[in-house]
Design a protein around this ligand. Structure first.
Ligand SMILES: [Zn+2]
Length: 475
């Protein structure tokens, strides 16, 4: 099973320390969230898993970590400064602000016409009195330097709305230092920022978020098949995180909704709202795979020309063209981009792992059936008697030993039944109990999260027994 709705995960997250509302003691900050002790471990595990899969296990991908703040010209020439807008409208009655393209109304006319005709109701108060939609720049801006001069073009800076541009502007650097030949990719994990008009739905739509992006540079004629290939690759990877295929759907983005740089985008949708009546409204975007063409490599190149033969970029000092030694051609590479959010992935992983079971006494038990490699805690060591020194010190020693290869914790804050239940609820695959018998024969009990089965294992063989798979079911 999976979680019945997002609220279940919001509550679990706050109760157990995955995710807290940010700035909560000051009344919060619209749609910002802080990751607690378990959330930071889960997010790190997802990122490490992605990096290993994307960069280390492949032979055609390099990694990078570029600056969040770049020269403003980066955002001018990639088109974001001009086109990174959402159309927004204000309600004259209650003063709330909304994204025009997200408003619902009867009929098939454009939303602009519908607002003009007064048939679109404010989602907040219901009054049909909205202003004409106008563009709103969704990049967050700041000023750099001690003397921030309003007139100085370069003192205005943007927090990046995507990590991709930091990859494009380093294409020539990486080509030189790595001696790569097409096709090859550059991967990056990092924070991005968008001043969303209507954020919401927990960590699904936030102004600050973390991306895992990869830009795959290739010849124009190869780009279409690489889009399909990366869709397949990602379906497999998402499956390996424990996200069931039934909760995943593919959405071919219609031409009129494509971003300014894309000729084809496939969105991978996740069923974040299983409790909504209409099946069509249960889905939201988990990630996208786009054919960005040569738009970005040309946009940052000093020699690139538009269709009329004018230079596209008089400010760039470099050229992102590629010389193919096999065909003796020089051209601007096409780019295929799979982009996925850490936060959206984490939410999907939590929703899919959420299970309710009947406990030994007929009570309802929550078990997070996380993949062992994603679990915030791999193993919990629980002493059966916390006031018996020898038991405590053996348990502590086991914890220290296992910590070398696993995320292990020691916990003696409750009865053994309570401790098991707490570990089940946060997805810990194995619990180890140390008891009187352990002192005699140096064995401990290992309990499996998924089967609740228990096995007696020699203390000095624990690391080997647990390995990186911590489920008995895998035996
Ligand atoms: Zn209103």
């Amino acid at each position: 099973m999976s979680a019945p709705n997002i609220e279940t995960i919001v509550n679990l997250s706050k109760r157990r320390g995955f995710v807290y509302p940010a700035s909560d003691i000051y009344g919060g900050l619209g749609s910002a969230w802080d990751y607690g002790p378990l959330g930071v471990e889960l997010a790190n595990n997802i990122k490490q898993n992605w990096w290993k899969w994307m960069v280390h296990e492949r032979d055609d991908i390099e990694g990078i970590d570029s600056s969040i703040i770049q020269n403003r010209l980066v955002w001018k020439y990639c088109g974001h400064e001009e086109t990174f807008n959402d159309m927004m409208t204000d309600c004259r009655e209650c003063k709330s602000r909304h994204r025009a393209d997200k408003l619902e109304f009867e009929g098939s006319m454009s939303v602009d016409d519908a607002i003009a005709k007064g048939i679109v109701a404010c989602p907040n108060c219901g009054k049909k009195d909205l202003t004409e939609p106008r563009p709103f720049l969704t990049m967050l801006s700041t000023r750099i330097g001690a003397v921030a001069d309003e007139d100085d073009y370069y003192s205005l800076a943007y927090l990046r709305p995507e990590t991709a541009q930091g990859i494009f502007i380093n294409f020539a650097n990486i080509l030189t230092t790595s001696k790569r030949k097409l096709p090859f990719g550059i991967a990056q994990i990092g924070k991005s920022f968008r001043n969303e008009i209507t954020p919401g739905n927990f960590i699904l739509r936030t102004r600050e978020f973390e991306q895992m992006e990869m830009e795959y540079f290739c010849r124009a004629e190869d780009a279409p098949r690489f889009v399909d290939e990366w869709v397949e690759n990602y379906l497999e990877w998402l499956g390996s995180l424990g996200i069931s295929r039934a909760n995943i759907d593919l959405y071919e983005v219609p031409k009129e909704e494509l971003a300014h740089y894309s000729v084809r985008t496939v969105d991978v949708m996740y069923r974040y709202f299983p409790d909504r009546d209409e099946e069509s409204r249960q889905w939201d975007e988990l990630m996208g795979i786009a054919n960005r063409t040569d738009f970005d490599t040309k946009a940052h190149s000093k020699k690139a020309e538009d269709e009329e033969g004018n230079r596209i970029n008089p400010d760039s000092t470099d050229d992102l063209s590629y010389f193919d030694p096999y065909t003796n051609e020089r051209f601007y590479p096409y780019v295929v981009e799979p982009a996925i959010g850490v936060n959206r992935t984490l939410l999907a992983v939590l929703m899919d792992a959420y299970t309710e079971r009947e406990g030994e006494r007929g009570d309802k038990r929550v078990v997070l059936e996380l993949k062992p490699e994603l679990a915030p805690i791999n193993v919990a060591i629980l002493p059966l008697k916390k006031n018996k020194d020898e038991i405590v010190s053996l348990a502590m020693k086991i914890k220290r030993d296992l910590s070398r290869s696993l995320r292990a914790v020691y916990d003696d804050t409750g009865s053994i039944g309570k401790l098991y239940a707490r570990q089940d609820e946060i997805g810990t695959p194995a619990c180890i109990t140390v008891d009187f018998e352990s002192l005699d024969d140096q064995t401990v009990t290992v309990r499996d999260r998924d089967t609740w089965e228990q096995k007696r294992v020699a203390a000095d063989r624990l690391a080997e027994f647990l390995g990186d798979r911590t489920s008995f079911a895998a035996d």
